[in-house]
Write a protein that binds this ligand. Structure first.
Ligand code: CA
Length: 459
């Protein structure tokens, strides 16, 4: 999760966004799942093949070597549960995944089951590359719709025209609430009141006050050594302000609205004006993730997948609610998700579906997933039960669930088949982060360009 040391903050925000998606995807499920909770279900889901008939299916994902190890174990559990099925598993480096997948699809070698992100999901659902899972879901005992986060499931609905409604064409691999971590030890040593876990109890002003109190030049050389906060989530700030990047119902880019530009300026000013967040120069010397880990940043966003690394930190930490914009009383942040889809050309669709359902919904797999600190369970009863009371940091686990249920948003790319417009936004935003232009000037200038890019790739 550590970033290169020489990236500009604008890029860091971009990477950070990428990290949300890819790290969501780096969920590492547990192992040995079928052997405990779900033995003896070989006939479930109305398997179309007899136990004697040997079937081979392919599964492609991406992630770290660690993720690959965990999936290898999980697939063994699936094969134990369905002994007539053999899974050929391929894990490719995340940066190569999309290209590899589209090459396979183009050459008629689509994997039976594969990871899908938001933009790919839209593209492949529309093109008929992935199949409607609804008929399968109606026959599997693994799926109890009321016990899976709606916020995750709805990402994978498609009604033939629009996303977010209709039948399920994918199942969530995970649900990734982007929370705000804080260095509890630093707060206590500085005598600063701890950020509350409940949303609405503190505002952007309170956040800034705390950040100012924590920011320090320790050795008096005129250079700040400890920053109050870093990587305040722009997208969340925009949503908290009642703005958005785009109105997907009309396909209009809305970055030039006051709601948007005021939020962006507020985030930029944390560094430019208030100097409570690292500058691009600081980022070059040490990125914000490394700074937080080194105890040099007070508040820093994290996803559930960051837990294992944070469990090893030499200071106490927790997560807090995102502060609300005082003008609206609202908070905002991301809820990421990656999914599993089944090829519409699969010769063994039932077995392929069974694998996707097993990975997304199996009780034992989900349990191991959260115990390893990789994700919030997809299963609501588990998330609200044993997950919130799990005896490891963060203590305020409820914050993750509040984000999922109350104020988290799908990432901005969800709803775009082509994301060049958004990539361009992230690349160009350095103009504002560096203080070369105000958010309002910049957005006014950039909006037509983004609109053209969006129209070209999506209309
Ligand atoms: Ca200093």
């Amino acid at each position: 999760m550590k970033k290169g040391l020489s990236v500009k903050l604008g890029l860091v925000l971009l990477l950070c966004f990428g990290m949300l998606l890819s790290a969501c995807s780096s969920t590492k499920d547990g192992n040995g799942s079928a052997t405990k909770g779900n033995v003896g279900n070989k006939e479930d889901a109305g398997a179309t093949t007899t136990p004697q008939e040997q079937v081979k299916i392919s599964f492609m994902g991406h992630g770290s070597p660690q993720e690959k190890d965990i999936f290898t174990k999980l697939i063994k559990s699936y094969e134990t549960k369905y002994p007539n099925v053999k899974v050929e598993y391929t894990s490719v480096p995340p940066a190569e995944y999309n290209q590899k997948l589209s090459t396979l699809i183009a050459s008629g070698k689509t994997p039976d089951v594969f990871y899908v992100s938001g933009p790919q999901f839209y593209k492949y659902a529309e093109a008929g590359t992935i199949q409607n899972l609804q008929p399968f879901l109606e026959t599997t005992e693994l799926f109890q719709e009321g016990n899976v986060w709606k916020q995750a499931l709805d990402r994978y609905r498609y009604d033939g025209k629009q996303l977010g409604q209709g039948d399920l064409y994918g199942l969530p691999k995970d649900v990734g609430p982007w929370a705000m971590a804080y260095n509890k030890t630093m707060f206590e040593e500085a005598g600063v009141e701890l950020p509350p876990a409940e949303v609405g109890k503190w505002t952007w002003d309170n956040w800034l006050d705390a950040a100012k109190k924590l920011t320090k030049d320790e050795n008096g050389d005129g250079k700040i050594d400890i920053y109050g906060g870093a990587n305040f989530n722009l997208d969340g700030a925009v949503w908290a302000s009642g703005g958005d990047f785009i109105d997907y119902s009309t396909g209009t880019i809305t970055i030039d609205t006051p709601e948007f530009t005021n939020a962006m300026q507020w985030v930029a000013d944390l560094r430019l004006k208030h100097k409570v967040s690292p500058s691009p120069e600081d980022e070059k010397a040490m990125n914000s993730y490394s700074r937080f880990v080194a105890g040099k940043v007070g508040m820093f966003p994290m996803g559930p997948w960051d837990q294992p690394a944070f469990w090893d930190l030499p200071f106490e930490w927790d997560i807090a609610a995102w502060p609300v914009n005082p003008a609206t009383g609202k908070a905002g942040t991301w809820v990421g998700s990656m999914g599993y889809s089944v090829s519409s050309k699969s010769k063994h669709a039932q077995e392929a579906f069974n694998l996707a359902a097993f990975l997304a919904l199996d009780v034992e797999g989900q349990k191991q997933n959260y115990e390893l600190g990789q994700a919030v369970p997809n299963l609501i009863d588990m998330a609200k039960g044993e997950f919130v009371s799990y005896d490891k940091a963060p203590a305020n686990r409820q914050v993750f669930l509040d984000i999922i249920e109350d104020y988290g948003h799908p990432t901005v790319d969800f709803g775009s088949k082509d994301t060049k417009w958004l990539d361009t936004f992230r690349q160009e935003a350095g103009q504002v982060w560096d203080g070369k232009m105000t958010a309002a000037e910049w957005a006014k200038e950039l909006q037509p360009k983004l609109q053209e890019l969006y129209d070209k790739g999506n209309k």
